[in-house]
Design a protein around this ligand. Structure first.
Ligand SMILES: [Zn+2]
Length: 437
């Protein structure tokens, strides 16, 4: 074992990522959200309700926008289309559901099956979930996330990351996460390893129902304990208490760290729950398939704007209309996400088989395997006190596969290791998956 040489890893910005972040255009997002509200309703069962009204014209328009982003670029149009049969719940007629977007193909053939995924859902709903006719502008829920998918596609159009990146507008969210469930299952059946996924859902309203304005904070929701935990995973969790170190939680911390590194005026909160209480979004479809999936959402919701038919009652306005959308706030969230996707898609393969040793001893010892990836320039060790949420004091280690931390009690700290390329783009930090000696 080598001894530790302490070198605090300086937060390094990659000029390529900085340039990409600057391509995010809040005014174009505003125009996208406005256009999406003009389809009247985008209810999943609405089909075509009249000229330019309904989810079919809306998805045709989205297809054109994604195709325009792809034209003359490295992006390839992506579509996931299926017919969903009535389920006795929120779908009462056979319905074609279409997820539309683009994929940026990865350039490293050894990592051809690895991908990142970002989704927003373009379907909407009025007060009655089974009503496909009434106005449902869905500006915040979730034209905001849909606009980000389109904006990110445009920003990434000429990038050449080693792994693939999908930007997809999904449907059927309000009817039960139907589009994302199909998409996640499809990718899994195709053997695609979705290294990290983010659902952006309800991300553009900056005034809470309590009247408090906050356009500088956003929330990242992620599962702690795994939805489909295996018996060995359960045993490890009970042995080391890693319920706050799921792959999804590490991805949430990653977005927080990288987002705040590249974007000023935005604080990202790593929330220690899967979603808001008893609510959900498309990240849950990906978590169910075993992928690291998080939800990015605004800081302060206004429930009068969500799942409400537009109307005024006793002087109070209900409905998810365009006036609620704060494009500059949404733009900051989109930039943070762009930074995280740009950095992770460029990063080397992550360390494997991280083992923690040193229990019942004064020193912490970690070892791991470095994958065969010429992009690896260094390893970064993260740690945090066992009573805190986010990683602290990253240590730059050089290209090594083990470390000893003298006088660091394993019981009082959590650890993870990441690989980094020469420009400072890091893999998601990997916590120990084994306890050794
Ligand atoms: Zn939603």
């Amino acid at each position: 074992m080598i001894a530790l040489f302490i070198l605090l890893a300086a937060a390094q910005r990659d000029p390529r990522v900085e340039a990409l972040v600057q391509r995010i255009d809040a005014s174009r997002m505003q125009a996208t959200v406005k256009r999406l509200t003009e389809f009247g309703t985008r209810h999943t069962l609405s089909g075509t309700q009249g000229p330019g009204r309904g989810i079919v014209p809306a998805r045709d328009w989205l297809r054109e926008q994604f195709d325009a982003a792809a034209r003359g670029s490295r992006l390839k149009p992506f579509e996931d289309r299926f017919v969903y049969q009535p389920d006795g719940k929120r779908v009462n007629v056979a319905t074609e559901i279409v997820n539309v977007g683009v994929v940026l193909p990865g350039t490293d053939p050894r990592r051809a099956k690895q991908a990142l995924m970002m989704t927003g859902h373009y379907d909407s709903m009025p007060s009655d979930i089974m009503d496909p006719k009434t106005d449902a502008p869905g500006a915040i829920d979730d034209a905001s996330g849909t606009a980000m998918a389109l904006e990110l596609a445009n920003a990434f159009r000429d990038e050449q990351p080693p792994i693939s990146v999908y930007f997809v507008a999904v449907a059927g969210e309000e009817q039960g996460l139907l589009g994302s469930a199909h998409l996640a299952q499809r990718l899994k059946s195709e053997g695609i390893d979705v290294v990290a996924m983010t659902s952006v859902d309800i991300a553009g309203n900056s005034e809470g129902q309590d009247g408090v304005r906050d356009g500088t904070t956003a929330r990242l929701f992620s599962e702690g304990a795994l939805e489909n935990e295996t018996e060995p995973q359960r045993k490890l969790r009970l042995a080391v208490g890693n319920e706050n170190d799921s792959p999804a939680r590490e991805w949430a911390r990653y977005i927080q760290r990288v987002g705040e590194l590249y974007v000023t005026g935005l604080r990202l909160r790593v929330m220690l729950r899967r979603d808001r209480i008893a609510r959900g979004s498309d990240h849950m479809s990906f978590a169910k398939e075993g992928f690291a999936a998080v939800r990015l959402s605004e800081a302060r919701e206004n429930y009068r704007g969500q799942h409400q038919t537009p109307r005024t009652e006793n002087g109070v306005r209900y409905g998810d209309e365009l006036w609620r959308f704060d494009a500059n706030y949404a733009g900051r969230m989109c930039r943070a996400l762009a930074a995280a996707f740009a950095s992770l898609s460029a990063a080397p393969s992550a360390p494997q088989e991280v083992t923690l040793a040193g229990a019942v001893s004064p020193d912490a010892k970690l070892r791991w395997k470095l994958p065969d990836d010429p992009r690896i320039a260094a390893v970064v060790l993260y740690r945090r006190p066992a009573d805190s949420v986010t990683w602290q004091e990253p240590l730059a280690l050089g290209k090594v596969a083990e470390v000893v931390l003298p006088s660091v009690t394993t019981d009082d700290w959590f650890f993870a290791v990441a690989t980094s390329d020469a420009a400072g783009n890091e893999s998601i930090p990997q916590p120990p998956t084994a306890v050794g000696r």
